[in-house]
Every structure is written in C-alpha cells, then in structure tokens.
Design a protein around this ligand. Structure first.
Ligand code: ADP
Length: 517
C-alpha cells in the first residue's frame, strides 16, 4: 500500500515536472517569437533590450520556421474560445484618469499628441508606426479631431522593456504583455509617465540601405531608452546655466508656438567649462525633464570605433534624430572630434576630416529646418574647437566651478549630519560653511571625491575588526563608525587638490575673446 502511494507520488511529481518544463519552453518560444517580431518590425532598440533582459537567451535560439507569433496568438484565442466560450480579454495598461483628461483637453499642431490648456507641451506620445510602414499598421494610437492623442481603444503594444524583470511580478508583467496579442501585432500607442518611450521602428525609416540600417541599429543601441533620471533639483548650484539651458532647449520643446520667427530655437548649444562641473548632468536633466529621444554619443567613441564609417554614422545619427523628433543629440568631449582642422600631429586623417565636414553639413541642415532636434555639445577645452563648428553652436553656456554656497550645499548633500551607508549609520560634525569657503577651485566632482574620502576614514578604521572577525566566529560585530569631523575633512583636503586649478581664468578669457570676434 505504502509502496503504491509512493509510486503514484513519484509519477505525479514527474508529470508536474514535465508540465513545468513544457510551460517554460512555451514561455521561451514566445519570447523568441516576440524578439523576432520586434526585429522584423524594426523595433531594434526594444529587441536589443529584450535580448539583454533574457541574457542573450532569445538571440541564441530559434523556433521552428513553421510557427510565428500571429499563429500562436490565434491558436491561443481559439483555445480560449473552445474552453471558455469567449475570446480572451486582452489586457493593456490603462492611463491614469488625470493623464487621459490631459490627453483629451486640446491639441497642438506640431505634435499629434497631448496638450495642456494654453501652452501645450509636446509629449512623447507618438505613433511608432507612422511613416512608411505598410504591413499591419492599422492602429497604433488614435488621434481625436483636435489632434490630441487618445489612448487606443483595444490595443496598446505596451512592451515596456523596462517592465520585464525577473521574479514573479516581472513574469506576471511579461505574461500580461504577451497575452496582449492584438496590441502586439498592431503596434505601440502613446506612452505615459509610467511607460518608457518606445521608439518608432526603423522599418519606417525610409531610404535606408542595408549598411545604413546596420548603422542605425548601432546608434539605436546608444539611445537612452531609459530615462537618465537626473532632475533639475539634483544639480546643485549652476542656477544660471540651468536657466539658460531651459530657455534654449526645454521651453522650445514644451511651448513650440512661442519659439517661432526671431525667437526660433537655437539648434546648437555648447556647454563648456572645467571637467566635473555638471555638463553631462545638465544634458541628462534635459533628456529626463523633456523626455526627448536622447542620443548620447561620446565624440571620441565615434572616432575611435567608427573611424572608417564615422561620416556615415553622423549622417544616420542626424536622420534618426529627425525621425524620432523631438530629439537631443548630446556630443560629449566635442574637442576630440572637432578640434581645429589641420592642427593634429602630422595632419589629419582623411576620414576624420570627412566626418567633421558631415557634422557641419548636418548642423546646417538643422538650422534651416523646423525639426525639433537639438545638438548639445560639451567641451572642456573650447579653445581647441574648430571655428566653423563654434559658429554653428550659436548658444554657448559656461558651466563654471561651484560657488561657495554651492560647495556648501554639495558637502551637506554628500555628508549630511546623519546618513546610512550599507545599513550602518554615518554621523558627521562638520563646519560646512568654513569648509566650503576653503575649497576654492574645486569642481563638483572634486568636492564629491573629498566627501567620499572623508567618509572612508572611519570606515577604514573598522576594516581590521571586520577582517579578523571573518576568520573567527560567525556573529557580526556591532559596527559603530566614528563621527567624521571637520578636522578629518581638512586632513583629506591637504592631499586632495582641485583637478582644474587656474583653468577658470582661461575659460572666462576665452569667453571674452570669442564673444568679441
Ligand atoms: P562634466 O562637466 O565633466 O560633464 P559631470 O556632469 O559628468 O561633469 O559630473 C561628474 C560628477 O560630479 C557627477 O556625476 C556628480 O556626481 C558630480 N557633480 C558635478 N557637478 C555637480 C553639481 N553641480 N551638482 C551635483 N553633482 C555634481
């Protein structure tokens, strides 16, 4: 009797295992099909993200060529009908009531999507399948008679790449999305604050040769799909620079109707100043706050990685930016590609010259167009920049070293009186004002470094205790960190000098000289 029940338990267990295996295989096949569908439709960035989320699992495998996603979904629908006498209810993520109200409240000509009452903002709500896509593009987002974006009735692709996470909640999300069959086939709708912006598929990007498509896919991988998540309030000080950046880029995107004629927006903006002062943070804040498509290209990587192809890469980059407008192209370390021509050792590489020329041509193209595409360039060495390039970066903003109150706010931010590091409390007793005064010439990242060093001092002192403990018993000793004092901080300052001393004068001199040319 006992033997029998053991046998039947074993059989039941094996059946359960086989069932789990089948479910897992079905789940994997479906992910592979979604991946292939995304690629086929040109949603390269989403496909790459899905591939990363599954650790390359979807790219490395293939399903038989007699199955495709539509078929799986149709079968699922038939199965559901047979079993429950009704078609499955396909779920989509609904917008908050407030968002729907905003979306329905008016329209702007320049964007097919959302609006606020008088001065409408352009939201990221775009139909990714607009353009030249022919197959299966019937519905993506609906536009009402005012041109505002209304969430689609029954379909929203909603493959929010960032929502595909591991763990049960993430799986539920994946499964929910996967059952959203019609939406999946028909394409993406508007995004909301809860959703990542989905990029339009590259298949709608006309006139691309295979080679160009490859370059476009490369660039798409560099696009910030995820918001860089830097808010204006995360940037300490730099009030003038923040105001100027907002005037130059943020407001024209939010209120395009104000920026026409003589007020038409600057297309090129140069952020210059010592390293570590927050230029990249400013660019990231623009991307976060405006939710523009953000192309973050380090100029040196264009040159080093794409030497031969860099000219074509630049062309495709700008075309993509126009295609995904409103967009911001952030060119970091501009001097590494746009130094004054012919000044390099032994003359310049011809490919690099062609690339510079292409960059200039593209900037001219932007200046003549109404496209909402902005070039934000950053440079630590503006005096090395090519004059032709400088002329096209009409708006130049000095991002200088932090003022004493900004330094004080930084020290307070990174070393508050009480904070917690890895669950251990860190206390400080600092004379913030005098410390900040004594740090003339330190950049934001220098201040951060000093704060980090100061915080390390008490931590270092407990390493010995921790190490000896590891060899011994298993109980964790109670960790009490010493308070970081003003004296500790001063001690750190004696051997951590500012990285850009005396450069400030050069920036202001350059600013004066250049403005007077
Ligand atoms: P860069 O001017 O070289 O682009 P970054 O913007 O990359 O400098 O800043 C480097 C780091 O220094 C930032 O990640 C941040 O931690 C710190 N930092 C610099 N300036 C500021 C600032 N004004 N506010 C807050 N953090 C800052």
């Amino acid at each position: 009797m006992m033997e029998l029940s053991y046998q039947s338990m074993k059989v039941a267990h094996q059946a359960r295992e086989a069932d789990e295996l089948r479910t897992e295989m079905r789940r994997k096949s479906l992910l592979i099909l979604i991946y292939q569908h995304l690629l086929g439709q040109g949603y390269v960035a989403a496909a790459v993200a899905l591939d990363q989320e599954t650790n390359g699992g979807v790219r490395k495998s293939e399903v038989c060529d007699n199955i495709d996603l539509e078929m799986v979904l149709m079968e699922y629908e038939s199965y559901h009908y047979v079993k429950f006498q009704r078609y499955p209810k396909l779920i989509r993520r609904t917008a908050e009531p407030a968002e729907i109200r905003v979306a329905k409240s008016g329209g702007v000509k320049r964007s097919p999507c959302s609006a606020v009452k008088l001065l409408p903002k352009i939201s990221q709500c775009q139909s990714p399948l607009s353009g030249n896509v022919t197959k299966r593009t019937a519905v993506s987002s609906n536009t009402n008679e005012n041109g505002s974006c209304v969430p689609p009735e029954s379909s929203e692709f909603g493959l929010n790449v960032s929502s595909i996470r591991n763990g049960p909640a993430g799986e539920a999300a994946v499964n929910r999305k996967m059952t959203d069959g019609r939406g999946l086939i028909q394409g993406a709708g508007c995004d909301s604050d809860h959703m990542e912006r989905l990029l339009k598929p590259l298949s709608g990007f006309s006139g691309m040769t295979g080679e160009m498509r490859e370059l476009a896919a490369i660039i798409s991988r560099d696009i910030y799909l995820h918001s860089p998540n830097v808010r204006w309030e995360d940037i300490i000080g730099l009030e003038d620079a923040k105001r100027l950046v907002k005037e130059a880029v943020v407001y024209p995107i939010k209120y395009p109707q104000l920026f026409t004629g003589i007020l038409s927006p600057w297309k090129g903006l140069l952020l210059y100043g010592p390293p570590g002062t927050g230029k990249t943070l400013l660019a990231k804040a623009v991307a976060t706050e405006c939710k523009t498509t953000f192309f973050n290209i380090s100029a040196s990587s264009i040159v080093s990685k794409w030497r031969g192809d860099s000219e074509k890469l630049v062309r495709v980059l700008f075309e993509l930016a126009r295609y995904h407008a409103p967009s911001t192209i952030f060119l970091d370390e501009l001097e590494s590609v746009m130094s004054q021509r012919g000044t390099g050792m032994g003359g310049e590489h011809e490919g690099s010259l062609r690339m510079k020329t292409e960059l200039l041509v593209q900037m001219d193209g932007l200046a003549k167009s109404d496209d909402l595409v902005f070039v934000l360039a950053a440079s630590n060495l503006p005096w090395e920049l090519d004059h032709a390039m400088l002329r096209r970066l009409e708006k130049r903003i000095l991002v200088g070293l932090p003022s004493p109150p900004a330094r004080q706010a930084m020290i307070f931010h990174w070393l508050p009186p009480l904070s917690s590091t890895g669950g251990v409390e860190l206390q400080t007793e600092l004379d913030y004002e005098s410390l900040a005064k004594g740090m003339e010439g330190y950049s934001g990242s220098d201040v951060k470094l000093v704060c980090k060093e100061a915080a390390m001092r008490p931590v270092r002192k407990i390493f010995d205790a921790l190490e000896s403990h590891q060899d011994g018993d298993t109980d964790m000793p109670v960790i009490q960190l010493e308070t970081v004092t003003t004296a500790d901080f001063l001690e750190v300052l004696t051997h951590t000098k500012p990285s850009t001393r005396n450069l400030m004068e050069r920036y202001t001199a350059w600013e004066r000289e250049y403005e007077s040319v």
